[in-house]
Design a protein around this ligand. Structure first.
Ligand SMILES: Cc1cc2nc3c(=O)[nH]c(=O)nc-3n(C[C@H](O)[C@H](O)[C@H](O)COP(=O)(O)OP(=O)(O)OC[C@H]3O[C@@H](n4cnc5c(N)ncnc54)[C@H](O)[C@@H]3O)c2cc1C
Length: 271
């Protein structure tokens, strides 16, 4: 298994409240998926894609420690400091400015506008939300349109498979009260079972697809974006693998066609 998953020494921190790792059990066929990816795309198998080199096929890492997924509140709010007040159902409208200094935040709480004063304002509304707040605050102007300008989105493909009729899929387990109860029991008793396989393991490929860079569509992109995308460490896309074999090794052998095409219909790659 080290061929597929082996943390690079020194590439990860060892302290801190959010751990990273793998579920105790993996879905079957992850190794087959990685080998097939390497075979078809010549992308290599990377045993630790969080060490700075992401291009290749890997076993996905999750925020899991001691068999449990970790959430931000689970990690950071185990003990709530006296100085912290959390307001739910509250939307930030804009930052209140005194000249160029941020002195507060205007929020909408239960439908009512309110201003909260503060000596330091940290904007953390996410990739879309933060620029929107800054724009509503008048910080982005016609003279300074740079905020949000560098937003880059990326493609993600999730491969879905038709399963052998004897196999059960994730949602079938969750929708069947008996199967869901059995999966939960297995997790509670031993931190293993189908919940762990589904929620704590996957294969992921970050390939570099030459055909994309040779496509007519790519040639039309501006040179700055081209250079950004061509960086050897920057993958072309992200492809996830999800399948479950509840009854043990009964998935029939299948070969399929995966094709990606440009908006103009030019086929870029097929496997
Ligand atoms: C599909 C997907 C897969 C990803 N996979 C990975 C991954 O595998 N590894 C990885 O490292 N990263 C991954 N990311 C990226 C990661 O989720 C983000 O980088 C991270 O969540 C950013 O954290 P944040 O706190 O800055 O913003 P967010 O997590 O976006 O939090 C912003 C919060 O602000 C709230 N908000 C927005 N506007 C307002 C407003 N006006 N008033 C009040 N609240 C507001 C939002 O509701 C949200 O709760 C993924 C992202 C996506 C979408």
């Amino acid at each position: 298994m080290e061929k597929y998953a082996k943390p690079t020494k020194g590439a990860h921190g060892t302290s801190g409240p959010i751990g990273i790792g793998y579920g105790a059990e993996w879905m079957p066929l992850i190794d087959t998926y990685l080998e097939a990816a390497d075979d078809a795309l010549k992308c290599g198998i990377i045993p630790d894609y969080n060490d700075g080199n992401v291009v290749g096929a890997s076993v996905a890492q999750f925020n899991i420690t001691g068999g449990e997924r970790i959430t931000s509140p689970g990690a950071f709010l185990k003990t709530i400091p006296d100085t912290l007040t959390l307001w739910t159902e509250t939307e930030v409208n804009k930052i209140v400015l005194d000249g160029k200094k941020a002195v507060g935040v205007e929020v909408k709480k239960n439908g009512k506008k309110e201003v909260v004063k503060g000596s330091e304002i940290i904007v953390s509304c996410g990739t879309i939300g933060s620029p929107a707040v800054l724009m509503r605050s008048g910080i982005t102007t016609k003279e300074n349109p740079a905020i949000g300008k560098n937003l880059k989105d990326h493609l993600i493909l999730s491969l879905e498979f038709e399963l052998n009729s004897k196999l059960l899929s994730h949602h079938q387990i969750l929708e069947d009260p008996d199967l869901a109860a059995a999966a939960e029991k297995a997790y509670r008793l031993g931190k293993n079972g189908d919940l762990v396989k589904f929620g704590g393991s996957s294969g992921v490929i970050f390939p570099k697809l030459d055909s994309v860079y040779k496509s007519k569509e790519f040639q039309k992109i501006d040179s700055e974006t081209k250079a950004f995308l061509e960086d050897p460490g920057r993958p072309t896309t992200e492809i996830w693998f999800m399948v479950i074999d509840l009854l043990g090794g009964l998935i029939s052998e299948r070969r399929g066609l995966l094709a990606t095409a440009t908006a103009e219909g030019e086929e870029l790659y097929h496997v």
